[in-house]
Design a protein around this ligand. Structure first.
Ligand SMILES: Nc1ncnc2c1ncn2[C@@H]1O[C@H](COP(=O)(O)OP(=O)(O)OP(=O)(O)O)[C@@H](O)[C@H]1O
Length: 278
C-alpha cells in the first residue's frame, strides 16, 4: 500500500533508479492568476539545479512548491516517492527536517545571537547536549568561514555576506538531503558572491546533497549548477509552449537554439523594450 492510500502507512522506500524529486504536471494558481502550469521536472539525488528566468516568472513559487510550502493547485510533487500534499502533519514535519532553506535575506532571528540561530535546528530536531551543540555550531561557522568570535553577535551587527553565511550554516547543520537557496548571492559584491558560490560547492563536496538554487546570477548558474532550468512567464508564452524554456547543462545556455534563452543569459532586452514601453 502506498501513502496515497493511507496516511498511517510508512513512507515507501525510495527506488534506487527513481529521481529523488518528481514534479508532475504541476499548476499553481493564486486567486485567478496562474503562475505555473503543466510543470514536469525530475531531479536526481545529489544534483545541483539552478532555476533562472525573468522576475515574476514563478521561480520562488516553484521552489516553495517543491518543498511543500505551497500546495499545487493541480499535479503533484513526489519526494522519495512521497506525495507531499498527501502527508500527515507529522509526516510533513519529518520530511521538512530533511530540507534546508537558505532564504534571500538570510531570514535570521534578530533577537537571537548568531550561535543560537545556527543551534536552532539542532535544539528543535535533535536531543544533542550542550557540548555537542557548541561543537557542531562552531564547526559549521568555521566551515562557512566565520570565526568563533561571531557566535556571540547579533545578526544585525553583521555584513550582508556574513549573514548569508550564517543562514547557510543554519540550513546545513542537520545535513539535509535537499537544500533550496533563494537568490543566495543577491545584494553581494562579486567577491562575496564567489565566496558563496564556493561554499555551495563545498557543501556538495562534503556530502551528496541535492541543491536547488533560484538565482539571477549567471555566474552562480555557470559555476555551481550541474543543470539549469529556465522558466518563462506563463502570460507571454505561445499556446502549447512549455513554461520551462531550457533544461540542460549550464554550458549549453549561450548556444541554446531558443532565442529567448540566449537573450536572457546575455542580458539582452531585445523586443522586451518595445513590449514594456507599450
Ligand atoms: N502567496 C502568493 N499569493 C499571490 N501571488 C503570489 C504569491 N506568491 C507569489 N505570487 C505571485 O507569483 C508571481 C511569481 O512570483 P515569484 O516570487 O515566484 O517570482 P520570481 O520568478 O521568483 O521573481 P523574482 O526573480 O523577481 O524574485 C508574482 O506575480 C507574484 O506576485
Amino acid at each position: 500500500m502506498s501513502t496515497d492510500e493511507s496516511n498511517t502507512t510508512k513512507a515507501p522506500e525510495p527506488q534506487a533508479t527513481e529521481p529523488q524529486i518528481q514534479v508532475r504536471r504541476v499548476e499553481v494558481t493564486f486567486e485567478s492568476q496562474t503562475i505555473l502550469k503543466e510543470i514536469s521536472v525530475s531531479i536526481s539525488a545529489g544534483e545541483t539545479v539552478a532555476v533562472i528566468g525573468e522576475s515574476g516568472c514563478g521561480k520562488t513559487v516553484f521552489m516553495k512548491t517543491l518543498v511543500g510550502l505551497i500546495n499545487p493547485t493541480a499535479g503533484s510533487i513526489l519526494f522519495d516517492g512521497m506525495d507531499l500534499a498527501k502527508l500527515t502533519p507529522q509526516q510533513i514535519s519529518d520530511v521538512r527536517r530533511r530540507f534546508g532553506f537558505v532564504f534571500q535575506n538570510a531570514a535570521l532571528f534578530d533577537s537571537m545571537s548568531v550561535f543560537d540561530n545556527v543551534a536552532f535546528p539542532l535544539r528543535q530536531s535533535t536531543d544533542a547536549d550542550a557540548r555537542e551543540i557548541r561543537e557542531r555550531v562552531l564547526r559549521h561557522l568555521q566551515d562557512v568561514g566565520l570565526p568563533p568570535g561571531v557566535a556571540g553577535r547579533r545578526p544585525s551587527e553583521l555584513s550582508g555576506g556574513m549573514r548569508k553565511r550564517v543562514g547557510l550554516a543554519r540550513a546545513i547543520i542537520l545535513e539535509p538531503d535537499l537544500v533550496v537557496y533563494d537568490e543566495p548571492t543577491t545584494g553581494l559584491d562579486p567577491i562575496m558572491s564567489d565566496v558563496i558560490n564556493e561554499l555551495m560547492l563545498d557543501v556538495r563536496k562534503r556530502y551528496p546533497v541535492t541543491s536547488v538554487i533560484v538565482t539571477h546570477d549567471m555566474r552562480t548558474a555557470q559555476k555551481v549548477a550541474d543543470r539549469v532550468l529556465m522558466f518563462f512567464p506563463r502570460t507571454r508564452l505561445e499556446a502549447d509552449e512549455s513554461q520551462v524554456l531550457y533544461d540542460g547543462p549550464p554550458e549549453g545556455l549561450e548556444e541554446s537554439s531558443e532565442r529567448r534563452v540566449r537573450q536572457f543569459v546575455r542580458g539582452e532586452a531585445g523586443d522586451r523594450i518595445k513590449e514594456i514601453s507599450k
